[in-house]
Write a protein that binds this ligand. Structure first.
Ligand SMILES: *Cc1c(COP(=O)(O)O)cnc(C)c1O
Length: 314
């Protein structure tokens, strides 16, 4: 693990795979060669947890927070990996360094793995740690960043926290994916799901915020505690904007002055239309823009960065 192999002789088909590097079975591989067994319960039962951190301008942002969430998830799911925190940092670092990507989407996963006898007892499975670095990706494309996303409130209820713990980042995405298809049918870009009480919950890989009368509000219940969501709380404290986790009924969202979403994949992204209705002025709002600027400014703070040493660094 200490030796960085050269991956340059490997060919990655640009039509099929993004450039990138994975760590699987104790080895670094070009992303195109990183494949798991069809018998892995991560695939068969969505029995897995994961996290996504990004690298921006050659440094990880808030990696420690992502690691805290990942290791807490492992514990809650009775999983364990053969690498400690320091080794996971080294693996993630090496994936990015080998990829050469200065802006990267870095995912790390623990699957239940497979059991040698195909036993249905999850205790018999050998948990598997996988990581990969690919180019930075965003929920919103440049056009949507500029003009705002058009979201549709889904008819589906987000999988209840009494069924699946939403604070463990997971692949129970069938409600979110179905929500996306509903949204596309209605000419929207993305979906917002409601919780079992009729309040706003979250969307496919992002948390949701509403700005109402100068206050920034986000759902308190049934959501992943996003690291970007936490960063929004921190930014609001700095900017002396009131920010609270509360119940947000659907109607309140539709009447908001501004809406934005947050994710490691893209940061802070404006939403200017919900269910075909313009939000506020119909353009990205002032508080949204202020928080977005602060978010990228924060990436320069030493205590939130972990610099990547690339192979060509001297
Ligand atoms: C990853 C994710 C988010 C956003 O979390 P960040 O830590 O900010 O990237 C929100 N909701 C769901 C369901 C997610 O999977």
């Amino acid at each position: 693990m200490n030796v960085l192999p050269s991956l340059s002789e490997h060919y990655t088909d640009p039509k099929t795979y993004p450039p990138g590097v994975a760590f699987l079975d104790g080895q670094y591989l070009p992303i195109s060669e990183a494949k798991i067994s069809v018998l892995d319960y991560g695939l068969l039962h969505s029995d897995a947890t994961y996290d996504v951190v990004h690298v921006w301008n050659g440094a990880f942002f808030r990696l420690e927070n992502h690691l805290d969430r990942f290791f807490a998830g492992l514990e809650k799911l009775h999983m364990s990996i053969e690498y400690d925190r320091g080794q996971v940092i080294e693996i993630l670092h090496n994936c990015v360094a080998l990829s050469g990507l200065k802006n990267s989407y870095v995912e790390f996963i623990c699957t239940r793995g497979m059991s040698p006898t195909f036993s249905r007892d999850p205790r018999h499975a050998v948990n598997q740690f996988i990581a990969f670095a690919i180019p930075f990706g965003s929920v919103a494309n440049p056009e949507q960043m500029k003009h705002g996303l058009n979201a549709a409130i889904s008819s589906l209820v987000r999988i209840p926290p009494k069924s699946v713990d939403p604070t463990v980042k997971n692949y129970h995405w069938l409600d979110l994916v179905k929500g996306l298809y509903e949204a596309y049918d209605r000419g929207a870009d993305t979906a917002i799901l409601i919780d079992e009480n009729g309040n706003v919950s979250e969307g496919p890989g992002f948390n949701i915020f509403a700005v109402i009368n100068g206050r920034v509000l986000t759902p308190r219940f049934g959501v992943l505690l996003g690291i970007t969501r936490q960063t929004v709380f921190d930014i609001c404290t700095n900017l002396e904007i009131d920010c609270s986790a509360v119940d947000i009924p659907q109607d309140q969202l539709l009447g908001a002055d501004e809406i934005f979403i947050s994710s490691t994949a893209g940061g802070i992204m404006p939403v200017t239309k919900v269910n075909g209705q313009s939000i506020g002025s119909g353009t990205p709002g002032q508080i949204t823009n202020q928080i977005t600027m602060s978010y990228w400014e924060l990436h320069k703070e030493e205590n939130k960065r972990m610099v990547v040493r690339y192979l060509d660094d001297k």
